[in-house]
Design a protein around this ligand. Structure first.
Ligand code: SF4
Ligand code: SF4
Length: 103
């Protein structure tokens, strides 16, 4: 699997972007679909349940494991929250706030 340490997303350190799955382990039945599906080495398995071991490996904007989970135990930030995070990070790193997302 790819190791993404010190990676950058859109010119911003990936560590500044809080995009990763959140697992509801009370709902999770340990089926392992999320672990098998993700190709980015985000998950580890502890006591037969997934844990988000490498959150910075998660692809910004990807929600695939959330769609795969058969019982809806995985959530991600909303698009609005992601926009807010990116805006904050761009300001912090001195990017101009040119609107590129016109949805
Ligand atoms: S959102 Fe995508 S990249 Fe991130 S953990 Fe889930 S499947 Fe992997
Ligand atoms: S796919 Fe859902 S139920 Fe299955 S291990 Fe992952 S979080 Fe748990």
């Amino acid at each position: 699997m790819t190791e993404h340490s010190n990676q950058v997303y859109a010119g911003i350190p990936r560590s500044e972007i809080a995009w990763f799955p959140t697992l509801n382990l009370e709902r999770c039945d340990g089926c392992g679909e999320c672990v098998r599906h993700c190709k980015h080495d985000v998950f580890a398995v502890v006591d037969e349940k997934p844990v988000v071991a490498k959150p910075e490996n998660c692809v910004v904007g990807c929600k695939a494991c959330g769609w795969i989970c058969p019982i809806g135990a995985i959530t991600h930030p909303s698009k609005d929250k992601l926009r807010e995070m990116m805006k904050h990070a761009r300001l912090k790193y001195g990017f101009s706030l040119v609107q590129t997302d016109k949805r």
